[in-house]
Design a protein around this ligand. Structure first.
Ligand SMILES: [Zn+2]
Length: 280
């Protein structure tokens, strides 16, 4: 049987963390011959800093180095120039077109997308398809969250953890779109370790490192074999910003995957390409 794909994905958002952290993470990926999916943020505004919010424009050298250890994707928080959350179609289209043009004009394929705060809806998928994207990775099965300004993230569909073709009318229903949805892994133990903690930013605490050491326990091997679902982990650069403890844990995880016959590193684009070629 084919090894299970492990897709380590980063939403890369903040300038201070990028310069401090990403070179260290890139070296780890090189050491273990790993690949990651690097969703580079491109927004009108940045809630944390004064910088413009276009990672590829402000940190071109880091973007280039990241492309050597995986795939560059697009990451957008759908906020207007004043910071208001909005899923208005014209706002989505403007931001997606800007971000895509910015990345592709610099030589990156940019055919995978993740919405900020896991925001994506049918409008998003329509625009992504217009722009020839192959993958959306914004769905965390079972996730529900109310954001400010009336934006709701609702992934309580019946789609599970395997990649799927979304329906035209609902991104959390199986259908026949050309675009592949590669969900963030939400099944225990991952959702309590990487995803939820990642989203709430508490992963940094040293006391929380222990669970990640157990990311590949026998039970998890069993789940992987049974479901044949890729493991899609979501991290942020700023989670690694306060100490090197998180890097030590990440290195252990990379070592685990690199030395296991049952798992292999993959980008979300690799997963989509495998689907297209029928190898899965
Ligand atoms: Zn983000």
């Amino acid at each position: 049987m084919e090894p299970i794909d492990v897709a380590i994905t980063f939403d890369i958002e903040r300038d201070t963390s990028i310069e401090a952290v990403m070179p260290k993470i890139i070296r780890l990926f090189e050491r273990y011959d790993a690949v990651g999916t690097w969703f580079l943020k491109h927004d009108y505004t940045d809630q944390f800093t004064e910088y413009t919010g276009a990672v590829v424009e402000d940190f071109p050298d880091i973007a280039r180095a990241l492309a050597d250890v995986g795939e560059i994707g697009t990451h957008i928080h759908f906020r207007d120039v004043d910071g208001t959350f909005s899923m208005a179609p014209n706002l989505q289209r403007d931001l997606l077109e800007q971000a895509t043009e910015s990345l592709r004009s610099r030589g990156y394929d940019a055919t995978s997308f993740r919405g900020g705060n896991l925001c994506a809806d049918t409008t998003t998928l329509n625009i992504l398809e217009d722009l020839d994207y192959a993958v959306d990775s914004s769905v965390l099965p079972g996730h529900y969250r109310e954001l400010p300004d009336g934006v709701v993230v609702d992934h309580r569909g019946e789609v599970g953890n395997r990649p799927y073709r979304p329906a035209q009318e609902s991104h959390t229903t199986h259908g026949d779109r050309a675009l592949l949805e590669v969900p963030v892994s939400g099944l225990s133990p991952l959702d309590s370790i990487s995803v939820d903690r990642s989203l709430t930013g508490v992963y940094n605490r040293a006391a929380d490192h222990r669970p990640l050491d157990r990311l590949l326990p026998p039970m998890y091997h069993l789940w992987g074999w049974m479901s044949r679902a890729p493991i899609v982990l979501l991290f942020h650069d700023h989670e690694f910003g306060t100490d090197d403890g998180s890097l030590v844990v990440l290195e252990r995880f990379l070592h685990s995957v690199a030395t296991s016959p049952w798992f292999q590193f993959a980008t979300v684009g690799d997963i989509a390409a495998g689907r297209r070629s029928g190898s899965q």
